[in-house]
Design a protein around this ligand. Sequence first.
Ligand SMILES: Nc1ncnc2c1ncn2[C@@H]1O[C@H](COP(=O)(O)OP(=O)(O)OP(=O)(O)O)[C@@H](O)[C@H]1O
Ligand SMILES: [Mg+2]
Length: 314
Amino acid sequence: MSEGGDIVVRVENVVKDFRPGFGLRTKRVLHGISLEVSDGETFGFVGPNGAGKTTTLKILMGLVRATSGRCSILGHDVGETAFRRHVGFLPENSYLYDYLTGRELLDFYARLSGVERRRRPERVETLLDWVGLTDAADARLRTYSKGMQQRVGIAQALVHDPRVVFLDEPMSGLDPIGRKEIRDLILRLRDEGKTVFMNTHILHDVEMTCDRVAIIVEGRIRYAGRIEDFLNAGEREADLILERLSSEAAAELEQRFEATIQGLGERSEVRVREKDVDAVLAHALQLGVSVTSVTPHRVSLESIFLSAVEEGQP
Ligand SMILES: Nc1ncnc2c1ncn2[C@@H]1O[C@H](COP(=O)(O)OP(=O)(O)OP(=O)(O)O)[C@@H](O)[C@H]1O
Ligand SMILES: [Mg+2]
């Protein structure tokens, strides 16, 4: 993929203060955040409600000005406009003209973004097909399900075949099937070599689609890196399921291997360091214990996310 590839999105020390109203104190929403997204990467910007994800995206889209700091996309400062033709955007609450049909909406956006008239019909059909809405193309948007609305929103973001696509919460409010459909679209974007920047708080979707993540909590980035590194940080452990573990045998495993044991007798769950697994197994068999399964223990993104959020609490 894109290790060491060109940097497509760069955010440097961005601070954003909002003034909630005249005379009110300013509120700092972004405390000097920095991040980079490489060419072809699918990047997940993850954080709880109110963390500053949408604000960051709006700054990148040139809709809101940063108080200080610098942002660039494809090497262009976000204050410039010409490079925007290479950028697609699905806003958080994409306002769709609900009296239009899916086909009319895409034709409208294709016109807005300067797709040539003679190329428009073909482009619109391709997009409808791409997001699986060919059969619903002539239905009005107000009859679309939430999942169909998100899909037509993604098609809208792709109308001018951008190199970089920004999606603000593309899976929020969708049922598991709708989420999978959007996930599959994002994976296809990745296969096509697009750079994708996605805001989300649904961790499972991040694990399924993203190469790298940054976790933002209360306007500060708490973690940035590859998902694998994230999940494998610290010492690896494994979970063993054992049967007929006596209390003596348990005590011995605890002592020799610093094992953590839950339950005795019929079924015990034993967590040990991965490097000790062979020795523990040999020892357990010697003690007359039978082994039902051995599974590497995976720290979930969720647990790391929660601890990042907790650390962020005052
Ligand atoms: N125009 C504004 N004026 C004042 N405060 C704002 C404005 N826009 C956003 N904020 C505040 O900035 C903070 C971050 O909001 P933002 O929408 O960026 O969060 P988010 O991470 O996208 O959250 P969510 O997951 O709920 O979409 C919030 O406390 C919000 O109230
Ligand atoms: Mg948001």
